[in-house]
Design a protein. Sequence first.
Length: 174
Amino acid sequence: MRLFKGFTIVIVGLFIFITLLSLFIPSKVTVTRGVVINAKANLIFNEISNLHNWIHWQPVFNKDSAIIKFKTDNNGQCYSCEWESKGKNNKIQLTHNSYNLLTALLTRDGENDVLNTIRILPLADNSQVQVEWNILIKLKWYPWQKFHGIFIEKISGQGYEDALNSLKEYTENN
């Protein structure tokens, strides 16, 4: 009985220590990727402002297994779409759309919402622009989420970088 009591005290103490330590870890994680593209800003903006065009360059959208349901408005613009992957429903919805800035909210069943911001920044050379993709993830206070947040950049960053490189390749060749 004494051994069990000591073991319980150590486990509870460890849990409290880890929880307190996690309070010092930020609850927001930002991942940023960028690429310089040799194309006009309006061409790139046309590709990113209509979700239906993401099929051309977004690796998640051009997988053969992805069945994407697009929702379009009267002008033929697609501002929302849904698909299923790994047994979870995903939805992305454009929330702000201006000439050089696009924001979209990605929701996935059972996971934190992800705010995506894509900026098109003109460079001194009029034939080039820099495209920046910022991802903001708000974490809950749970210790395991906070510690997972430390590795999110390494886990998801490569996917966003691949998407930007694919956008670069598509817009420079079309």
